[in-house]
Design a protein around this ligand. Structure first.
Ligand SMILES: [Ca+2]
Length: 446
């Protein structure tokens, strides 16, 4: 699929957004456009990409299979590991469980270690009416070019009991500090009022649910807690907690440039979707707030304004950097249903996108093929980022033409879009696309 060259007028609109890399402001012209270039296909529901030092990528398919794909996007016939025997059975029509993420150790060339998150069956100690065990594990790859995980090398780092099948989070990322950050959802169901006694998990410092965790996988057995974690001594809260007040962190990523900030897309409930830049010890509000608004679990479809501003420790609840509503104000237009977290673009091929956060909407109407790609720009002043819908070349009305379920990024900062043709982990319509310049930028390169 080669993008077509278009007029100089559109080119002028596009290049007006030129800017420098780093934490400078980003804004977009009305005609800002992107192209989705086919990269890899034939998967069920691709959830995560992580690049190896040799350029190949590990791809985690929600259905439970870990693949390696070459620079040409072709998957090796033999999977790196089949996790299905370790996982719960997934619901084909819709499921939030599965093989949820894979990341390569920052020093993979010497450690040969990779980290995965998957939904294992309940433990013997789990309450009978709970659902699954969110499992974070380390595996070691034998030396050599053939990538086949040694199943016996599994070192389980964390097992987190999950009351419901949804709101797992289960997305992980290594920070510039070499520590592993783990996003964990609030446990599931609605209003963060789950199965007792685990009510209000987001604001409860005695559970890993509804948190961003941080651990050191290079020390301790199976890990150690960094001494500067906010509750490292374990007295006031779980020592692994890095930040809290999170609902369902679907996508966590560190900016490869700028100040190396941690971006988290937090899926909202009935009214708003949000993106947060996470600070150590920050309380991001759930379930006292939803994005920039108050939240009342007894009246979830009406935001109390201004709503709560402080948490139980008297700490200020932190605002996101952006929100978008499920329905635009005074309109029946559906703007979104579930945010899909992405990456700050640091690649070279898309001029003007450097420093922008690229993310998506799973399916604006919840129906087939209605996923969206969005770009957010840092403001020149203040803390609220702008949200724009680029035109997606070749797809009507900017639509991705599929469910946008995840994003990936390579070592060069280029961004990939992971889509599923179906609502759940079924079929073989899962694809990976590489983001490329819109038509105008292709013209500029000629
Ligand atoms: Ca929030």
């Amino acid at each position: 699929m080669q993008p077509k060259i278009i007029s100089r007028t559109a080119l002028a609109a596009f290049t007006s957004l030129g800017l420098l890399a780093g934490t400078v402001s980003v804004s977009f012209a009305a005609e800002f456009s992107l192209t989705l270039m086919p990269f890899a296909e034939g998967f069920v529901s691709p959830m995560a990409l992580s690049q190896l030092p040799d350029g190949r990528m590990l791809l985690a398919d929600q259905a439970g299979v870990l693949y390696v794909i070459g620079k040409d996007g072709k998957a090796a016939e033999e999977p790196v590991l089949d996790f299905r025997p370790k996982m719960v059975d997934l619901k084909k029509d819709f499921d939030e469980r599965g093989l949820l993420d894979v990341v390569v150790h920052p020093k993979f060339a010497t450690t040969r270690k990779v980290y995965v998150v998957y939904s294992a069956p309940k433990q013997a100690s789990t309450p009978a009416d709970w659902d699954n065990t969110l499992t974070v594990s380390e595996f070691k790859l034998p030396k050599g070019d053939v990538l086949k995980l040694d199943e016996k090398s599994e070192r389980v780092l964390l097992r987190i009991d999950k009351p419901f099948f949804n709101h797992n989070g289960g997305r992980i990322a290594f920070g510039p500090d070499g520590l592993l950050y783990i996003g964990v959802g609030d446990g599931g169901a609605g209003n963060d009022q789950g199965k007792r006694p685990d009510t209000g998990n987001g604001q409860n410092l005695q559970t890993h649910l509804g948190k961003i965790l941080r651990i050191n996988v290079d020390k301790g057995n199976p890990y150690s807690v960094p001494s500067d974690n906010p509750f490292a001594n374990g007295k006031e809260g779980k020592p692994e907690i890095f930040a809290y007040g999170i609902r369902n962190p679907w996508g966590i990523s560190f900016d490869q440039g700028g100040k190396r900030e941690l971006f988290v897309s937090d899926v909202g409930q009935d009214l708003f979707e949000e993106v947060d830049i996470i600070q150590k010890g920050g309380n991001y509000g759930w379930n006292l707030r939803e994005a920039f608004h108050g939240f009342d679990p007894k009246k979830p479809k009406t935001s109390p304004e201004p709503g709560a501003t402080k948490g139980v420790r008297g700490e200020l609840l932190l605002d996101p950097i952006l929100e978008y509503p499920h329905r635009a104000a005074n309109s029946s237009m559906i703007a979104g249903t579930s945010i899909t977290g992405g990456y700050v673009y640091r690649g070279k091929t898309i001029k003007g996108l450097q420093g922008a956060y690229v993310f998506g909407e799973w399916s604006r109407t919840g129906g087939p093929g209605d996923g969206r790609i969005m770009v957010a720009g840092r403001p020149a002043s203040g803390s609220k980022w702008s949200v724009d819908y680029p035109v997606i070349n070749g797809a009507a009305a900017g639509k991705a033409g599929a469910y946008v379920i995840a994003f990936g990024q390579d070592s060069e900062g280029e961004v990939y879009v992971l889509t599923n043709g179906a609502r759940g982990p079924a079929g073989k319509g899962g694809k990976v696309w590489k983001l490329a310049p819109g038509e105008a930028a292709v013209a500029a390169a000629k």
